[in-house]
Write a protein that binds this ligand. Structure first.
Ligand SMILES: Cc1cc2nc3c(=O)[nH]c(=O)nc-3n(C[C@H](O)[C@H](O)[C@H](O)COP(=O)(O)OP(=O)(O)OC[C@H]3O[C@@H](n4cnc5c(N)ncnc54)[C@H](O)[C@@H]3O)c2cc1C
Length: 372
């Protein structure tokens, strides 16, 4: 049986491992930490991501734990409702609902499909060497593992990527901090089946339900880094639910982290038998809430190409040719939403949810009218 070495146990690594396992590969997933990710708050998983989970046989368990949306509001920070889109029909029209989920639960769900012997913790990958027949992954402790293909699913700080290119890529220095927290929808007075985004002159704050009772909020403001500065500004958006949502947040759930963006797209994602998948290939600002969805699609797509041909290098080439332009376009759309004033003006015209409109360009199930 062919052997896949997978370096990184996030959504890209876990889902890729499952796809390959289901297609008869022996998978060996290496994670640098002593356990799977426990930090993080929530995620918007769109129909394109939910369909991948369904393809993995996890659809029912996923939707039982996640929150499915009925509507999506956008508002101005002055309180004006700029759009109200009925998204309930997507479950039928796009074959899957748009959902919100707790990150930790999604990781646990993906990991439940792998055996204990398939995940090795405390393994920090550093680099690799390859020849015509195999690839060997090297770890920081001097040990190594050999297989037929290596998936670098080690995220935005990827060492596999750094090794592939002889050093880290250049990142932008925009200094954008994304604050997040969890809250009880009833306490905040917002429904459990509506997600919403509020656009202000110098930032954007939104919320997404993640189970039957709770939602998570997220937000970034221009040039404001500390939580105090963030909440001071957010508390002035008095005609929106934002001040109340932040006030009732679970204190232990609040995190803020600077988000990373490559200054230029990577020119390629592959080097022979080594392939970058997920954020290591295409980290994106959460403006389209698509990074994890794209990671899920990457894993599914690469596994399909590996099924098409026994030639791993050719499969990697086809994967890159297929996915690189699409994911990079999503990176650009995601960045667009962080141009706050422009985005506010765009939404201020009313009636259109541009995030949805842009997403539809990527969804093969969407009506042709949406395809660019
Ligand atoms: C604030 C914020 C909000 C977001 N919201 C959304 C959203 O709503 N919807 C959405 O689709 N996406 C969202 N994203 C994007 C999404 O989180 C990422 O695209 C996704 O998690 C990428 O998964 P990954 O597996 O590629 O990388 P990661 O999740 O970063 O996983 C990488 C894994 O590799 C491990 N690792 C790292 N280095 C090594 C090493 N040297 N050796 C071994 N293991 C290693 C790490 O410990 C980690 O487990 C958001 C991102 C941010 C920052």
């Amino acid at each position: 049986m062919p052997v896949a070495l997978i370096c990184g146990g996030g959504i890209a690594g876990l889902s890729s491992a499952l796809h390959l396992k289901q297609k008869g590969w022996t998978v060996r997933l290496f994670e640098k930490d002593p356990e799977l990710r426990t930090a993080g708050v929530g995620l918007n998983i769109w129909p394109n991501g939910v369909r991948v989970l369904e393809g993995l046989g996890l659809g029912e368990r996923y939707t039982a734990e996640a929150a499915a949306m009925k509507r999506w509001w956008t508002m101005d920070s002055d309180g004006a409702l700029t759009s109200d889109v009925d998204v309930e029909g997507w479950a039928t029209d796009l074959g899957a609902p748009i959902t919100g989920a707790r990150r930790v639960r999604l990781n646990a769900l993906l990991a439940s499909g792998l055996g204990h012997d398939e995940i090795a913790y405390n393994h920090v990958a550093e680099g690799y060497e390859q020849d015509a027949d195999s690839i060997t992954l090297h770890f920081a402790d001097g040990t190594q593992a050999t297989g037929d293909v290596l998936l670098g699913t080690d995220g935005v700080g990827s060492r596999i990527r750094n090794f592939m290119f002889g050093g880290p890529p250049e990142f932008t220095d925009e200094g954008i901090v994304r604050w997040r927290g969890v809250f009880d929808c009833a306490a905040a007075g917002v429904p459990t089946d509506v997600q919403a985004d509020v656009f202000g002159p110098n930032g954007h704050i939104g919320w997404i339900p993640i189970d039957e009772t709770h939602a998570y909020w997220y937000g970034s403001l221009d040039g404001l880094a500390s939580y105090e500065e963030f909440t001071t500004c957010a508390s002035t958006w008095v005609n929106t639910p934002i001040p109340r949502i932040i006030e009732v947040s679970e204190p232990g759930s609040i995190i803020g982290r600077e988000i990373a963006h490559y200054r230029h797209h990577l020119p390629r994602w592959t080097d022979g038998r080594a392939v970058l998948v997920g954020d290591s290939a295409h980290p994106m600002y959460p403006g389209m809430a698509q990074g994890a969805n794209q990671a899920l699609i990457d894993g599914m797509t690469f596994a399909r190409y590996l099924e098409e041909t026994d030639d791993v290098v050719e499969a990697a080439r086809r994967f890159e040719e297929d996915r690189l332009p699409v994911a990079n376009k999503m990176v650009e759309y995601s960045r667009l939403h962080f141009d706050y004033q422009r985005t506010r003006e765009e939404y201020g015209q009313g009636g259109v949810n541009y995030q949805i409109q842009r997403y539809m360009e990527f969804d093969e199930y969407a009506e042709p009218a949406f395809q660019g």
